[in-house]
Design a protein around this ligand. Structure first.
Ligand code: ME8
Length: 515
């Protein structure tokens, strides 16, 4: 097995079902996990659910249910969504599981014993939807600066964690490791935030019960963010007798999170780890948001986009492709169903699907549907082959920068080039003129180029290669691997192709949008 690679998603709140924003994070993490597995890494991919806290307790109460009764079916709906989206996670952690609770309690105990947690009283503001404490000065128009919703005045006995003690150490780490927070804009934001000075963090609550009891004072429950962040190591058995996974996979290679929670992952989480004497994660990537033309997606506005409906309507590979292609590195993306249909029609139907379809049609018509043996390559062929052969390395570099959309755009240079190549070399003319050797060569170039594209798209569209393999009449396992891209010319001559239906039929927006 190759080098280990540990990647995580945030653990989502089961306060509601998930929307396409959440689906984006998990699909992006899955694309990365699949890419790393394909390139020979020993991958551990974790996701899960963040089930405690005041927000969930109130939601459950409003439905007349216990918190556990309330979250159980929602957590099942998460798992069902991940099944529909072909998410290849290795583990799913629920913060209500015993394996998690005991690690959170052990961490509290240790930090208390070493004097990093002390008892005091909290008096200040709290945003329950964000589960965040705020000082007066940070509020904007009296509301939560993160989500804009009203905050509540909280006054209770609490334990505090000495964040301030570790601020300089954290700042030094961020400054010395430019790769720790990606993208750069978020890194700068965090450096400024820390430089303004860190206050000690309130890490326990007493005015509600739905949480993990603090071991040395069980009328307190652990602050939900400390509880939640611990999932990344509790799921690996940190500090327990069976910590094989922790030994193998920690430190995490990437915590992938949305921009809204970068601060928790790059300030609170690393400070907890510094206090515990545990190595810090190598990288925290904060991606942008999917927003709607009218602004933010929210239940109260009734404009939440349900990914399950999109998968049923457009298919899982198309939805995954759209999500990853549409989100530019470090920026936000605007979601609309029109944009989704447009991506499917332009990128998948016209460019990618039609390239295979038209090539296999010509192959049937001119050469009896058999993969030909190429003859001598000419300059134009060489140019296309060079483009294809450079792609694996370029893709790897872009993926390592977490520029997933950029990697797809770069792969599309070959898709576009091959379509143009066909127009330039005009196989139909070669056929008419009886230039059969040249005809065989150019069709081979297109098919073999298509094999490169198919392998490179496998992490984002996991069902696509099998469909291509079926139409080419070849085996996916042998010819659609990363290793197979080390040579041009693996596609075997003489195999009978089986042209089928177009892989991505063109959609009529009128029909799709007005069912
Ligand atoms: O914050 N566009 O959970 P959460 C893109 N439980 N991504 C979006 C998005 C959007 N419009 N909306 C949400 C929590 N996300 C905590 C996390 S981790 C230790 C605890 C994604 O259910 C994005 O990744 O509110 C964001 O960070 C996450 O969903 C928040 O999910």
């Amino acid at each position: 097995m190759g080098k280990s690679f540990y990647i995580t998603t945030p653990i989502y709140y089961p306060s509601d079902t998930l929307h396409i924003g959440h689906a984006y994070t998990t699909v992006a993490a899955d694309t990365m996990a699949r890419f790393k597995r394909m390139t020979g890494h020993d991958v551990w991919f974790l996701t899960g659910s963040d089930e405690h806290g005041q927000k969930i307790e109130r939601k459950a109460k409003s439905k007349g249910l216990s918190p556990k009764e309330y979250v159980d079916p929602i957590v099942e709906s998460f798992k069902e969504l991940w099944r529909l989206l072909d998410i290849s996670y290795n583990d799913f952690i629920r913060t209500t599981e015993e394996r998690h609770k005991k690690v959170v309690q052990a961490i509290f105990q240790k930090l208390y014993e070493q004097g990093d947690i002390y008892k005091s009283a909290y008096e200040g503001w709290y945003c329950t939807p964000c589960e965040t404490f705020w000082t007066e000065g940070k509020l904007i128009d009296g509301n939560c600066p993160d989500c804009g919703r009203p905050v509540e005045w909280v006054r209770e006995e609490s334990y505090f964690f000495k964040m301030s003690k570790y601020a300089d150490k954290l700042l030094k780490h961020i400054e010395e490791n430019p790769e720790f927070i990606v993208p750069e804009s978020r890194r700068n934001e965090m450096i400024n935030f820390i430089k303004q000075g860190l206050e000690d963090l309130c890490v326990s609550r007493t005015t509600f019960n739905w949480g993990i009891p603090v071991p040395f004072d069980p009328k307190h429950v652990a602050y939900v963010w400390v509880d939640a962040l611990t999932n990344y190591i509790s799921a690996l058995g940190y500090g327990t007798e069976d910590d094989k996974l922790f030994q193998k996979y920690w430190p995490a290679d990437v915590h992938l999170v949305g921009k809204d929670i970068v601060r928790f992952h790059t300030v609170i989480w690393p400070i907890i780890l510094l206090a515990l004497g545990v190595e810090l994660p190598k990288k925290v990537v904060g991606h942008g948001w999917f927003v709607l033309e009218g602004g933010k997606m929210s239940k109260s506005k009734g404009n939440v986009v349900d990914p399950v409906k999109l998968i049923e309507k457009y298919g899982v590979d198309a939805v995954r492709y759209f999500l990853v292609r549409e989100m530019p590195l470090g920026l936000d993306a605007v979601y609309s169903e029109e944009a989704l249909i447009n991506r499917i029609n332009v990128d998948l139907a016209n460019d990618l699907g039609n390239l295979l379809n038209r090539t296999l049609s010509m192959l049937e018509k001119f050469l009896g549907g058999e993969i030909p043996l190429p003859y001598e390559y000419e300059e134009i062929d060489r140019e296309v082959i060079d483009l294809a052969q450079a792609l694996p390395k370029e893709t790897e570099e872009l993926m390592n920068k977490f520029d997933l959309a950029g990697a797809l755009a770069n792969i599309w240079r070959l898709v576009t080039r091959l379509n143009k190549y066909i127009d330039e070399v005009a196989p139909w003319s070669l056929n008419k003129e009886g230039k059969i050797e040249r005809l065989k060569t150019v069709l081979y170039v297109v098919l073999e180029g298509y094999r490169f594209i198919t392998v490179l798209l496998k992490p984002v569209m996991p069902n696509f290669p099998a469909k291509v393999a079926a139409q080419l009449g070849v085996s996916e396992e042998d010819l659609f691997t990363w290793e197979s891209l080390s040579n041009w010319g693996r596609l075997p001559a003489g195999v009978k192709t089986k042209k089928g239906e177009p892989l991505f039929p063109r959609l009529d927006p009128e029909v799709m949008l007005n069912p």
